[in-house]
Design a protein around this ligand. Structure first.
Ligand code: ADP
Ligand code: MG
Length: 611
């Protein structure tokens, strides 16, 4: 009997109560539902196919796209290839060569294992696979058009595999509507390929779009060379190496100076045993490692490989396998933050002036006397896109500020060195910047940013020593808040007192502020309370007291040192510079803006055409 004929349908079946209403979905619908989890857009197709190529032991992987991958994604590899029996099964759901039983899930070393990708892609696009094993004369070809599968047919071609995916979502219009313009889809595909190229050292990758080459990485290139290909020489030459180990866990990779931090995380890459992942815990590690050095909301740039015993991490928690679960997360977190902060602290934090001189020179009047030599492209440092790294020759007795690639150990920060007595004269520009000579050139100081840094570091030192000086109010300042906010502050009143913010509830919706840190310039109690609340609320887990102190001091210092526009006399400038000497390792304000820009004599000589 046919319970679901057109006329009576499901309700008819229900009214008769015979056949029931639960049906087993047919295979195509099942695959399309699975595709909904794994395949969202061309970039997800690229990701799955590239992972298959890597799992197949490819040395070279080539990806060709048309119209941002909307019309065509083709991934070609020189890996093991598939024989006819495997080819016949490749598009079947839950068909995989990488997993035998549930026990294997505990130690997955391949990128794929769910056996879902090809079945999913085949159910929502027009696909074809050509594949040939090395030990066979001929290869084979199968097609799958939205779930309609052909039998493998013999076909000629090179060893390896080529998978073609055309017209993604041609048979699921609702999904197709969520796709973006080709340029947007291309950007996402490029991101996938960049991550693959930086994650799979030893494998070469080529990406083309509508016939033009977008990315090209040779198998033998190391990580730094790959970064240079993907993101340019300026970034590649500024990176510092990370090399750390904790038991069997090994962290290697490259971290960038804080000034490269971006609003998006496109240049922050984590790889776990070769697998690309976007894990919240790891993102948080980098954020903590760069604390105080990058602007709020910016993401540090880093390319990091984590090698761990596959048994110490569960990768089977997310269909696209982007998130994982670490067995001993606390220990891992501490290890990573320490190693990363140490490496980040070795990066060049002072903004090199040399790159600015090139653009300043470019602003000179055309044809003005003396400008000819400056605009001559020959010996000048070029802008950030240049293939050649900036090179600064050493001047007798003084180390260079811009590092020579590979000779970083000789390039110590210059400011604390002997010979700089901090004596003026100072030239104040726009009541904000101070210019002064240093032994090997000159520097510009943003007095506001430097004051923020100094206040922050001094407050932090006071707090750590338990000796924050408090300025008490004769009459407490009352700040009105919500009951929940008052409650939150009350629970952290002890921690706040340690950093000099003294407050107590004053009725259900008011706090009374009795004192604030004396070091703050023009403190505004209501503002301080809001800053503290902001920090407490932004932390999902209860913050460690130490973290809370740092964050509050950080914000409070920045908001209260309103010095840009204030005229400082030479004695005040000198005292600021002297206090700053203690923190020369990190010449940025606590929000990550530069506090100083330095120009060496070599920079000047080059700018004036003397060398
Ligand atoms: P999974 O990668 O999770 O095993 P897929 O659906 O992506 O599942 O692939 C199914 C199977 O097809 C793989 O297990 C593998 O045996 C085979 N396969 C897919 N792509 C390739 C390739 N490029 N080279 C060789 N074999 C492949
Ligand atoms: Mg796969």
């Amino acid at each position: 009997m046919e319970p679901d004929s057109e006329e009576d349908g499901v309700s008819g079946a229900r009214s008769r109560g015979e056949a029931g209403v639960i049906r087993v979905l047919d295979e195509l619908v099942r695959n399309q539902i699975a595709a909904g989890e794994v395949i969202e857009r061309p970039a997800s197709v690229v990701k799955e196919l590239v992972e298959n190529a890597v799992d197949a032991g490819a040395r070279r992987v080539r990806v060709d796209l048309e119209e941002g991958g909307l019309r065509l994604v083709r991934v070609t590899d020189d890996g093991t290839g598939m024989g006819a029996p495997d080819l016949a099964r490749a598009f079947a759901p839950h068909a995989t060569s990488k997993l035998r039983d549930a026990a294997d899930l505990d130690h997955i070393a391949s990128l794929g294992f769910r056996g879902e990708a090809l079945a999913s892609i085949g159910s929502v696009a027009r696909c074809a696979i050509f594949s040939r094993r090395e030990d066979e004369e001929l290869g084979g070809r199968v097609e799958n058009e939205g779930g309609r599968l052909t039998d493998p047919a013999e076909a000629g071609g090179p060893c390896g595999t080529s998978v073609e995916v055309r017209d993604l979502f041609f048979n699921t219009p609702a999904r197709r509507r969520f796709l973006k313009r080709p340029s947007t889809e291309l950007a996402r595909c490029t991101d996938v390929l960049q991550r693959a190229a930086l994650g799979q050292l030893g494998i070469g990758f080529v990406l083309t779009h509508d016939g033009a080459r977008v990315l090209d990485v040779e198998p033998e290139m190391d990580l730094r060379a790959r970064v240079r290909r993907a993101f340019g020489a300026d970034l590649a030459e500024s990176l510092e190496q990370v090399d750390a180990r904790d038991g069997t866990t090994v962290l290697t990779g490259l971290v960038a100076p804080p000034r490269f931090a971006r609003r998006d995380a496109s240049r922050q890459m984590w790889f776990l045993n070769g697998r690309t992942l976007r894990d919240r815990v790891l993102v948080r590690c980098l954020k903590d490692a760069y604390r105080g050095w990058v602007l709020d909301g910016r993401q540090p740039v880093a390319f990091l490989h984590l090698a761990m015993d596959p048994g110490a991490v569960d990768v089977n928690v997310h269909p696209a396998k982007a998130e994982v679960r670490f067995r001993d997360q606390r220990r891992l977190f501490g290890f990573l933050v320490n190693a990363l902060r140490e490496a980040a602290s070795r990066t060049e934090m002072a903004t090199p002036g040399a790159s600015m001189l090139a653009s300043a020179a470019g602003r000179g009047e055309r044809g003005a006397p003396g400008q000819g030599a400056i605009t001559d492209p020959g010996p000048l440092p070029r802008g950030s896109g240049a293939a050649e790294p900036l090179v600064v020759r050493e001047v007798a007795g003084a180390p260079p500020i811009v590092d020579l690639p590979g000779r970083r150990e000789e390039a110590a920060p210059t400011l604390a060195e002997g010979g700089d007595d901090l004596a003026g004269p100072y030239l104040t520009i726009a009541s904000t910047y101070v210019a002064r000579a240093v032994p090997d050139g000159f520097e510009l100081v943003d007095q506001h940013a430097l004051h923020e840094r100094v206040t922050y570091e001094e407050l932090l030192a006071d707090a750590r020593a338990g000796a924050v000086e408090v300025q008490g109010y004769l009459v407490p300042e009352l700040v009105e808040l919500s009951a929940a906010e008052v409650d939150l502050l009350a629970r952290h009143a002890g921690d706040l007192a340690r950093i000099g913010i003294q407050l107590e509830p004053f009725g259900a919706t008011t706090v009374a502020v009795g004192g604030v840190p004396a070091r703050l310039r023009r403190p505004d109690p209501a503002e301080l309370v809001r800053v503290a609340l902001g920090v407490l609320e932004s932390r999902r887990e209860a913050p460690a007291a130490e973290d809370l102190l740092e964050d509050v001091l950080h914000s409070a210092a920045c908001r209260s040192s309103a010095m840009a526009g204030d005229d400082l006399d030479p004695a005040e400038i000198r005292s600021l510079l002297e206090r700053a000497r203690a923190f020369d390792g990190a010449p940025t304000c606590p929000h990550g803006r530069p506090t100083r820009v330095r120009f060496t004599l070599a920079d000047l000589e080059r700018a004036f055409g003397r060398r």
